[in-house]
Design a protein around this ligand. Structure first.
Ligand code: SF4
Length: 334
């Protein structure tokens, strides 16, 4: 017979790093358009899986020499490939026991713009129509951090990034809704974030306030985190600040079309998983470095992550070098 610990064990066996269980009443204060109960009204349990972002995915950005990993493997690879594969296996495992299992990957069509629409110029996001008056418009977009909190996996950091005792800020989440009922996991009562403000200090977009906060109520708990300027975050994260974007050879920032003109990067890719060139310097890397130094994370490494002073591009007198750094025309390479 199916039980919670069997599901947890299987989820980890097939690739999840963490697995938590929330009862559906813990979403009672969610806004309609983020409430998973509208996806599966008969669901009794929301299972949340965490996939760690291996520390090594950040190494190339930390050194300033290899930027592909975090975007490709740490972002799209987990959200669009690895997470859905593990979710499917878990759905089948639960459905083989006669319970329905609805996967909720960290993907939503709501954020997709119609063909030809440039997301950079589209605000607010394209709207959708509700199919009936009593339902929110599709797609419901579960707040994965709220779901992770409801499933007892950790807490919100001041940065608004979710922190777990195992991996700090370095993981991504997916959810699964099922009519299988079990005792929910207890809400996390520990303390990981100590309000050190390293995230805010080192955010290259200055997107994280040190003084102003926002609040969220989940399962009767009041949660406070920094007010985050999402435009500033998005701009810096995608390489809009020339001092942190070695691909922007002309120092034109996000306002230019550098993303479509450099190195053959197409608009389609740009619109989906933008180049995470900033490498989450404050909210992920600096937070992780701080928590690692404090020794509070249960997942340990032999060596500390930060090896050298964080880089910043000094562009004075570098134009000639940037121009010279064109792909080789030596055809023997191809
Ligand atoms: S860097 Fe410090 S303040 Fe920011 S989320 Fe991490 S622990 Fe909290």
């Amino acid at each position: 017979m199916l039980d919670k610990e069997k599901i947890r064990k299987y989820a980890k066996q097939i690739g999840a790093d963490l697995c938590g269980f929330a009862s559906m009443d813990r979403f009672a204060s969610a806004p309609k358009e983020q409430d998973p109960r509208y996806i599966f009204p008969d669901a009794k349990t929301c299972i949340v899986l965490a996939f760690r972002i291996p520390r090594g995915y950040f190494r190339g950005i930390e050194e300033g020499t290899y930027f592909a990993n975090y975007t490709a493997m740490g972002y799209a690879g987990i959200n669009e490939v690895y997470g859905p594969i593990v979710l499917r296996e878990l759905c089948c495992y639960i459905e083989d026991e006669g319970w329905e299992a609805v996967p909720v990957p960290n993907i939503s069509f709501r954020n997709n713009a119609p063909a030809g629409v440039d997301l950079r110029k589209t605000s607010p996001k394209p709207k959708t129509l509700s199919v009936a008056d009593d339902r929110p418009a599709p797609d419901i977009l579960i707040d994965m951090r709220a779901a992770a909190f409801a499933a007892g996996l950790g807490e919100f950091g001041w940065s608004k990034v979710f922190l777990t005792p195992e991996f700090g800020p370095m993981q991504r989440f997916v959810a699964l809704l099922t009519d299988f009922e079990c005792e929910p996991d207890p809400i996390f009562e520990g303390k990981i974030c100590d309000r050190c403000m390293s995230c805010a200090r080192m955010c290259t977009g200055h997107a994280i306030s040190t003084t102003e906060s926002d609040h969220l109520c989940i399962a009767g708990h009041d949660i406070e985190y920094a007010k985050v300027d999402l435009n500033a975050c998005g701009n810096a994260y995608r390489g809009g600040i020339p001092e942190y974007n070695p691909f922007d050879v002309n120092a034109e920032g996000l306002g230019s079309n550098w993303a479509t003109s450099q190195a053959g990067f197409g608009l389609e890719l740009y619109m989906r998983h933008n180049h995470a060139l900033e490498g989450a310097r404050g909210c992920m890397r600096e937070c992780f470095i701080h928590l690692e130094k404090k020794g509070v994370l249960t997942h340990k490494f032999q060596n500390q992550f930060r090896k050298r002073k964080p880089w910043v591009i000094d562009r004075s007198g570098r134009e000639d070098e940037a121009t010279a750094a064109k792909p080789s025309d030596d055809k023997t390479l191809y």
